[in-house]
Design a binder for this molecule. Structure first.
Ligand code: NDP
Length: 269
């Protein structure tokens, strides 16, 4: 029996990187997975892989800033798989550059996805989890939600914001006695496509320019990890997915309001 057998999970940003790995691991461990993203092609390939492995999956196009869509996605999860027990608030973007160069439009776009998206998902998942009798909400924050990263001030604001949001909602749910747990995960430098998308201001990102990690205006996460992670080890999406699995499972039944750094000691020293 899998570690999350019989549970139903929504994973946002599931077409790529950490979200994709989390969807695969949860499906392998027996959850029915509702995988959502704005990237339809990426979802189609994920769907094939989960089905080929014998897992249960429903893929839905979903922009996490759209509240009506959130309501529909939660309803689809409940109708298709008869409940909702796990939400992985994973979808996120990173916009780099010194704060004095950041436009208000970029600041707001990043807030909308990284912060509003997490609020909306959490708000609309809780009533469904209460109907199911229990739940686990997992928020993918960042090391940049634990300490400041020069060149990522706006990103830090969103990732620090969701860190305390998780703790406050954990307290609300614990006091309500609804058996819903809320935790945040803080990945270090993980090898995903996000680094190809952090283009503007890449030079300034956490010293990436100084350590030679900027190649053709893109950040090479392996070079960055060499420079800023103790031991120089680059993380893989599965490293984060395994932490998601733990927090989603009943092994974490007494874990709520916690922040789990999965960063090879990057934030510890
Ligand atoms: P990826 O870019 O590989 O995957 C993110 C996925 O989210 C993409 O498929 C992306 O689609 C999708 N997405 C973007 N905007 C939206 C939206 N508005 N609604 C729904 N889906 C959307 O990134 P990662 O896997 O690296 O990142 C996942 C999470 O982990 C993010 O919250 C990130 O901040 C966090 N994180 C990542 C770290 C790393 O080193 N990789 C380190 C610390 C935290 P599209 O490609 O079309 O934009």
């Amino acid at each position: 029996m899998g570690q999350v057998s019989g549970k139903v999970a929504i994973v946002t940003g599931a077409a790529s990187g950490i979200g994709r790995a989390s969807a695969l691991v949860l499906a392998r461990e027996g959850a029915a997975v509702v995988a959502t993203d704005i990237d339809r092609d990426g979802l189609a390939s994920l769907e094939r892989e989960i089905r080929d492995g014998g897992g249960k999956v429903l893929t839905l196009e979903h922009d996490v800033v759209d509240e009506d869509r959130w309501i529909a996605v939660v309803a689809d999860a409940e109708q298709t798989f008869c409940g909702l027990h796990i939400l992985v608030n994973n979808a996120g973007i990173g916009i780099a550059g010194p704060v004095w160069e950041m436009t208000l439009a970029d600041w707001r776009r990043q807030n909308a996805i990284n912060l509003d998206g997490v609020f909306l998902g959490t708000k609309h998942a809780i009533p469904a989890m209460r109907r199911a009798g229990s739940g686990s909400i997992i928020i993918i924050s960042s090391v940049a939600g634990l300490k400041g990263a020069p060149g990522l001030a706006g990103y830090c604001a969103t990732k620090g914001g969701v860190r305390l949001f998780a703790k406050a909602v954990a307290g609300e749910c614990a006091r309500a006695g609804d058996r819903i747990r809320v935790n945040s995960i803080h990945p270090g430098v993980i090898e995903t496509a996000i680094w190809n998308k952090v283009s503007s201001g890449a030079d300034s990102l956490a010293g990436a320019g100084q350590v030679g990690a900027v190649v053709a205006n893109r950040i090479d996460p392996a070079i960055l990890a060499q420079a800023i992670v103790p031991g120089g080890v680059l993380g893989q999406p599965t490293d984060i997915a395994n932490a998601v699995l733990f927090l989603a499972s009943d092994a974490a039944a007494y874990v709520s309001g916690a922040e789990l750094a999965v960063d090879h000691a990057q934030s510890a020293i």
